[in-house]
Ligand binder design. Sequence first.
Ligand code: ATP
Length: 491
Amino acid sequence: MVDMDKIVSLSKRRGFIFQSSEIYGGTGSCWDYGPLGVELKSNVKRAWWRDSVQSRFDMVGLDSSILMHPRVWQASGHLDHFSDPMVDCRACKKRFRSDKIEETEWVHYCEATKGNKFIVPAGEPCKHCGAKRTLCPACGKGELTEPRQFNLMFKTFMGPVEEDAAVAYLRPETAQGIFVNFDNVLQSMRMKLPFGIAQIGKSFRNEITPGNFTFRSREFEQMEIEFFVMPGTDEEWHQKWLDERFAWYPKYGMRKENLRLREHEKDELAHYAKRTADIEYLFPMGWSELEGVANRTDFDLRQHAQFSGKALEYFDEESKRQVVPYVIEPSAGADRATLAFLVDAYREEEVKGEKRVVLNFHPELAPIKIAVLPLLKKNDRIVETAKKIMSDLRKRWHAVYDDTASIGRLYRRQDEVGTPFCVTVDVQTVGDDQSPADGKVTIRDRDTMGQVRVSVDNLEAVMADLMAGQWNSRKIDASPPFRSMPTNRQP
Ligand code: ATP
């Protein structure tokens, strides 16, 4: 498993993710997506939207506002309950989530070894004296306070006057925007149960201990579905959604062995939830939540009905009764999914005695799909032809042109950002004094480094096959040394 430092440094070096406000020293809790990062994350969101909304007949989308009526957060329980237990170090003043404190490594001054300082792995005792952590894990000296509850919602003021009546909150989840629009969507779209509403949008949580790169930040994006069902069918639908969502990540190349399902124990379940299971990914810091799939019963609709005074019900034609639907909520993080795809795609290989770093993204997710490279940048005909091919391909895919290094270097650069295909234009393509042009270019496959020559006239059709995973394209004469990806990837 790659360590997070490598992912952080690759992300910065190659324009995936930068620290927010870096020139001012940065904030550890917010991140900016660079030119390649924004493509990657948009591709993740687009794939999710297409699969969750556009390709299903029982789903519609929504884009609700971040600032909502403050009563929403009373009804949802966030004002009273959306808090984490927090402890402070009396010496260094650092703050920790007391329920997660055993998940970080800790500093220990060991009596058994003349007070030497050790960094002990998370959750383990000191191997010299056997002591368990009781003091501050960061400084190793300070006592910790008793846990106190800390509300994670960001508070602000709506309008020009900073008074209690104007208090507003940045939403800590997108879900509530869906619940409060339940009736609007039901009526305007004439929906019939079961149906779902999906939304992608920013959420904000004043996390006590943000960290692990983009895994836990204070501003992040969620991809949430609220799927409304008849009471009594909820358990079956919950299982269906769990299966569906668990299969979604491997569909885009994530390795199955890095995914697992974790059921919430009874004492961990939110008070409104009948059952919740998390889809976890084996991140560099260990198994952690990628997505939660909860059966929230009819809690949310009932709460909003009670607080707003508006009935949030569905008329069931069959039984001629008003019912309050149950809701299944698959709630994923766009940033966490992007990070997991990035980590999962990272490979270091040795090729002819040299290290090769490759991101073997699924073509749907790759930020750049095709790089068009001239073999000789001083040959005007090669350059002209390469640029023309690039702009033709651009009509359909995100393609780039690069001539700033030798071909070997250019390939490595594209490998490192996960570009599935390079197209190389050489002397044979355009011809010279000795030989006529053959009108063919070389396509190089990122994963196998296999190459095949195809005619420029056929290039778009071949590319379409390759992008769709039909690696033995009928449009390529010889059977190319291309491997079928993503089902047949190297470990
Ligand atoms: P955790 O236990 O990790 O704090 P959670 O159980 O509070 O997460 P949910 O409220 O279920 O998370 O949120 C749904 C999804 O939103 C999570 O699975 C995750 O992908 C994403 N998410 C939640 N908090 C953050 C955050 N601080 N930074 C990035 N993504 C987040």
